[in-house]
Design a protein around this ligand. Structure first.
Ligand code: AMP
Ligand code: ZN
Length: 465
């Protein structure tokens, strides 16, 4: 069997994956807080873990891998969007508006991630469906002396009660206090303590609990959902490296204290950030664009996916238009080469080996380029599909690429010939402007005219010419 090696944040080195149960390899990824459309950075972990999921299914068998990715559907930011809608006059109670917001955001998310070729996880638990499990876990933590209620509706986790706190990111508690914004509150016995449960107002979503009507803190959600789905120990836990502290440290503290007989997650996998000019793309910095923005601009999901795969998941990456153009050209070439070809029975060993070496997607793509150069189309097709590329579902964008452009090339060429005689270039300019507006790159030389559809190509705009 193929040996898969993954970089484990916890041990800071590459480790061989030895599944707890090879008949059921379990993978948990922290999913989005569903208050708005996913930005491109949010899509990075989705694509990275989709590649891992596909690799695991290839190695252990489709039915022997379970992938869970949650939806955080209870959060201040969601409440804030619902409040804003209410203030703008939207009908319905606040609770209904919250639900409306989470439902629409989840459906956008699923549609956008599907465009990127991401398979749906086996489980997509919503935090609001696991409140009893969260309450039970908090009670367990209180009973074991790891958490305390403040008598005013809050329950806090006592960080000092867990001696391994900070082991994941390798930082001491003192360093963490110095480096992070730790909220100091009167009800905390220690500034590092974090919220497991907090009170809610009558209008906002809330649930009855032994500490009054309230709602869970963010960290307990993942601990409770992963435990319900996977038990005390599972194989791989993932997320962006921005979640390492405090979210993942807190998940570990909660899960290991509530269930000390288990290991929680054996391997911790963290993707690096998608950046804009050296800074993390994030909602709060305002330097973001959504996946849907790019799709609407005409970038096919498959092109976005290929751009992601070119950078190793543990390296920061930038989105650039140049990368997208190159990826599009590559995919057009590969699609042309594999049209009408039956896929080979198995993926190339070199591609599998590259992916098995800590998801070396750049190495896997280099192998695909070799297969394309050698024109071994059947192998290229099967291996590309292992990476979620060249699938039938994702290919519609590349069809009709010759959409009448040769006819427009001829019109433009003829118009220019006339203009050279008459010295009146108005018609040439009109055609060029219309083509550019349709997202076509116009290349004119002495000998001819070449029209190349760009990423924002919109065939419907050609009709007006
Ligand atoms: P959030 O909804 O902010 O909790 O983020 C959802 C997921 O997206 C988490 O796994 C984050 O680590 C990840 N994420 C957020 N911003 C970026 C970024 N700029 N690059 C890569 N991953 C990100
Ligand atoms: Zn989480």
């Amino acid at each position: 069997m193929t040996t898969i090696k993954l970089h484990n944040t916890r041990t800071r080195g590459k480790e061989v994956l030895n599944p707890i149960n090879p008949d059921d390899v379990r993978l948990y990824l922290c999913g989005p807080t569903v208050y708005d459309r996913a930005h491109l950075g949010n899509a990075r972990p989705v694509v990275v873990f989709d590649v891992l999921y596909r690799l695991l299914r290839h190695v252990y068998g489709t039915d022997h891998v379970t992938y869970a990715r949650n939806f955080t559907d209870v959060d201040d930011k969601i409440n804030a969007t619902a409040l804003a809608r209410k203030e703008a006059g939207a009908p319905g109670t606040l609770e209904e508006l919250v639900q409306e917001r989470t439902e629409e955001t989840i459906s956008w998310y699923l549609a956008d991630m599907a465009e990127l070729g991401a398979l749906e996880p086996d489980h997509m638990p919503r935090a609001t469906a696991y409140i009893p499990q969260m309450i039970a876990m908090i009670e367990e933590l209180i009973a074991k002396g790891h958490a305390y209620a403040d008598g005013a509706g809050h329950v806090l986790f006592s960080v000092k009660s867990y001696k391994d706190y900070g082991a994941l990111s390798g930082r001491s508690v003192d360093d963490m206090i110095a480096g992070a914004r730790v909220e100091v509150a009167d009800n905390k016995r220690d500034p590092m303590d974090f919220v497991l449960w907090k009170p809610s107002t009558d209008e906002l979503p809330g649930w009855d609990s032994p500490w009054g009507r309230g709602r869970p803190g963010w960290h307990i959600e993942c601990s409770a959902m992963s435990h319900e789905l996977f038990g005390d120990s599972f194989d791989i836990h993932g997320g962006g490296n921005d979640l390492m502290f405090p979210h993942h440290e807190n998940e570990i503290a909660q899960s290991c204290c509530a269930h000390p007989e288990g290991d929680f997650a054996k391997i911790w996998l963290h993707n690096e950030m998608l950046q804009v000019e050296g800074k993390k793309m994030s909602k709060s910095l305002g330097n973001f664009f959504t996946v849907r923005d790019l799709l609407d601009q005409g970038y096919p999901g498959e092109v976005i996916r290929l751009v992601f795969l070119q950078t190793h998941y543990r390296k920061p990456m930038d989105w650039t238009d140049k990368k997208a153009k190159e990826a599009e050209a590559t995919l057009r070439r590969w699609r042309a080469l594999t049209t009408g070809i039956n896929p080979a029975p198995t993926a190339s060993v070199a591609v599998i080996d590259a992916l098995s070496d800590d998801l070396n997607t750049a190495g896997a793509l280099a192998e695909l380029h070799k297969l394309a150069s050698a024109e071994t189309a059947a192998d290229l097709l099967t291996s590309a599909r292992l990476l979620g590329l060249l699938t039938d579902k994702m290919g519609t964008w590349s069809q009709g690429e010759d959409h009448d452009l040769s006819h427009h090339e001829k019109s433009l060429f003829d118009a220019r010939q006339v203009a050279i005689e008459t010295k009146d270039f108005a018609e040439v300019d009109r055609l060029k402007t219309a083509l550019i507006a349709a997202g076509v790159e116009v290349r004119m030389s002495k000998t001819g005219v070449e029209l190349v559809p760009g990423p924002s190509f919109d065939a419907s705009k050609l009709d007006a010419i």
